[in-house]
Design a protein around this ligand. Structure first.
Ligand code: IVH
Length: 677
């Protein structure tokens, strides 16, 4: 082969490789190479194309950098109108929807549904002719939108060519297909974008949806190219040369052709299952990387969709079950100051009660004085309050138009509201702290954290009782809890013989925590739930964690300088050492005997294991430390590198993914047998 030919072959190979890896990354969410490896391929292609312009091609992935700007958008006609959806705001309205569907179809066969996350982005239609991206438009009025073909071509998540499977039983992309989906920005990318706009003195986008819309509707597509837009597809408009049977199979087919489809979509045999999907997503909403504002529930069978048809602007076969809004207006009645377990003073707004995201909110954090100053928040202000998932509600901004002039500015106190001790602001910190280590508020908060559900899980020891125990002088540190007898508690207000015994019993029950729970319970700075797991999994015993050096800690994946420093300084502080010794002397045995002994087992050794669902015999934590003790590595997410997935009850997407990837799955019974118990 001549040199030229070789180069041309390599260029084609690189283009194919990049298309393949785009597909793995965007459509399957399962990249098989690192970002650095991808960048290397991309750079090699850019260089070869620069050196050999004779091999340039308009459909090379390197062309995703934009096209010459246009003066205005051309109209883009939708052959099949893009409808909108009717909203349901409550469960009862979803049942109204399903009853209407049942009545209209009057079928003897069960009606199945598909539940999909309702992406909060911008709707687009992308037309593929003979499998090649031929045009793209926004929704507009549903009939005619704006032609954004050039812009859509810069979005790496949207393929220029649909895939034909090598498996001849799988159908090739049809002659013509208009796919519909939502273009969006991940929240993290939105924040990054806004930070750089702030640095450049440009106006900020209000939310990821506006940023996505603003990015897609650019006359200069090179601007779009610079924004990390993504997309999920969920439907089709005009199609020639293919028949879809159900929504669920359509989604699968779109994915096989290389289009990204939201993996959180679910096939539901009954409407109740769709409502479960809603409940599940509603609680996980805050931890998703992108914004969703509800769940779209669709009748699965497309022939039934056609029978149901549409009313003026929305179909009868689908409904958007919306989340309750997670922002609302309220008035700040007062600002109080809370002292946390590390002595940090947090200003908290006392609000007029307001419903946000489905719960009543009366307080919202203001973070610190700098934040209050930056947002210019005053007592008496009308403000916007946000609550996202289980995140503590926060005040986002003041509604300036509602100011009367009567509002009062707020200043952090110079004395700790709990102990009266001195309050300082250390250099380099944005927070104020009370430095008194015996401050009752700090002691109470530390004990409350120790006892909390995620830590030692001492049932019945809530903040009110902790506060009483400290005020009565019965408890001054967490170790004192284990010296309490029923007699100490009986005489306290609200306690009787029975409740005193119950509390002592549940304290008793916490004597054998997993190592991870124990490390988290200690409240070491920067060691949250996740890092406690990482440390426990790595060290297996408390002694090993206590003896770890900074270097050893930093060598662990996921542990940075800050955490390593904090762990070392925690265990070298004499007061903390005394406390841990005191807890051990009181009979606390973190890690238990089982995980403390390393007993490698050839079945488990070297395997990467992922747990999903609920086990009936032990917590996931414990299961994790037991297989770790046998030489396995526990991981959070399923990938091709996973050797085993242990599936408990109600296992969800991880199990699905395992099945898809052909990863071995152990049910609980088999798992216990393999553990030797
Ligand atoms: S289906 C006729 N599915 O919601 C049905 N829409 O209010 C048309 N959206 O314009 C839409 N996620 O921008 C559908 N999984 C999903 C969706 C979704 C977000 C948006 C879309 C549409 C709007 C309808």
């Amino acid at each position: 082969m001549g040199k030229k030919e070789e180069i041309s072959k390599r260029i084609e190979e690189l283009r194919e490789l990049i298309r393949f890896h785009d597909y793995r990354y965007y459509a399957l969410d399962e990249p098989v190479i690192s970002d650095a490896e991808y960048d290397a391929l991309f750079r090699e292609l850019v260089r070869l194309e620069e050196d050999h312009p004779e091999f340039a091609s308009p459909d090379s992935p390197t062309r995703r950098v934009g096209f010459p700007p246009v003066e205005k958008f051309q109209p883009f006609e939708h052959q099949v109108p893009m409808l909108s959806l009717e909203n349901a705001m409550a469960e009862s309205e979803v049942f109204d929807f399903s009853r209407r569907v049942e009545r209209l179809l009057d079928s003897h066969e069960p009606i199945e549904y598909v539940a999909e996350p309702k992406m909060d982005g911008l709707a687009v239609e992308v037309v593929y002719e003979e499998g090649v991206l031929a045009g793209a438009g926004t929704r507009g009025d549903g009939y005619v939108g704006e032609d954004v073909t050039h812009n859509v071509k810069t979005i790496r998540a949207i393929p220029w060519k649909l895939f034909s499977s090598e498996d001849s039983r799988e159908p090739a992309p049809p002659r013509l297909i208009a796919v519909r989906g939502e273009v969006y920005l991940d929240r993290a990318d939105f924040e990054r974008l806004n930070r750089s706009r702030m640095d450049a003195g440009e106006p900020l986008f209000a939310n990821p949806r506006n940023a996505a819309a603003g990015s897609l509707r650019q006359l200069d597509s090179s601007i779009t190219a610079g924004r990390p837009l993504k997309a999920f597809f969920y439907g089709v408009g005009a199609v020639e040369g293919f028949e879809f049977e159900t929504q669920w199979r359509m989604l699968r087919r779109l994915r096989l052709w290389g289009l990204p489809v939201n993996p959180l979509s679910r096939h539901c045999r009954r409407i109740e299952e769709a409502i479960q999907v809603y409940d599940d997503l509603s609680s996980r909403r805050a931890s998703l990387p992108y914004d969703i504002d509800g769940v779209v529930i669709k009748v699965d069978r497309l022939d039934w969709q056609r029978v149901l048809g549409e009313k003026s602007r929305s179909p009868r076969w689908a409904v958007a079950y919306k989340f309750s809004p997670d922002e609302a207006q309220s008035r700040i009645r007062d600002i109080i100051v809370q002292v946390g377990r590390t002595g940090v003073l947090t200003p908290v707004a006392v609000l007029e009660a307001v419903m946000v995201g489905g719960v009543t909110v009366r307080r919202a954090t203001l973070h610190n004085q700098d934040e209050i100053d930056r947002k210019d928040i005053r007592i008496g202000d009308v403000v916007m309050v946000r609550r996202a998932g289980d995140v503590i509600p926060e005040v986002i901004e003041v509604v300036a138009s509602r100011r009367s002039g009567e509002e009062k500015a707020f200043r952090m106190p110079r004395e700790c509201p709990s102990c009266g001790g001195e309050v300082v602001r250390l250099s380099g910190e944005s927070v104020h702290r009370c430095l008194n280590r015996n401050c009752p508020a700090q002691i109470k908060a530390a004990i409350g954290h120790f006892a909390s559900r995620d830590a030692m899980n001492i049932e019945g020891l809530g903040r009110r009782i902790v506060s009483m125990l400290v005020d009565e002088g019965l408890v001054a540190s967490v170790a004192d809890l284990y010296r309490l007898g029923p007699g100490d508690l009986e005489s306290l207000p609200g306690f009787g013989a029975k409740s005193a015994q119950n509390l002592v019993a549940s304290i008793e029950k916490s004597r054998q925590p997993s190592l991870s729970d124990f490390l988290y319970a200690l409240g070491i700075y920067h060691v949250g739930r996740h890092l406690a797991d990482i440390l426990a999994e790595h060290f297996l015993t408390l002694d090993a964690v206590r003896g770890a050096t900074r270097e050893e800690l930093e060598s662990i994946e996921g542990v940075g300088e800050k955490v390593a420093g904090s762990v070392v300084s925690y265990f070298s502080n004499p007061g903390n050492r005394r406390l841990v010794d005191d807890l051990l002397a009181a009979g606390i045995r973190p890690g238990g005997v089982r995980s403390a002994v390393r007993e490698e087992d050839p079945f488990w050794k070297g395997k990467t294991v992922v747990f999903t669902g609920t086990l009936s015999t032990m917590t996931r934590q414990e299961a994790g430390s037991r297989v770790a003790a046998k030489g396995a590595k526990v991981s959070e997410s399923v990938s091709r590198k996973t050797d085993l997935v242990v599936a408990g009850k109600d296992a969800g997407s991880k199990l699905e993914k395992a099945v898809r990837l052909g990863v071995a799955v152990l049910e609980e019974e088999e798992f216990l047998r393999r553990l030797g118990s």
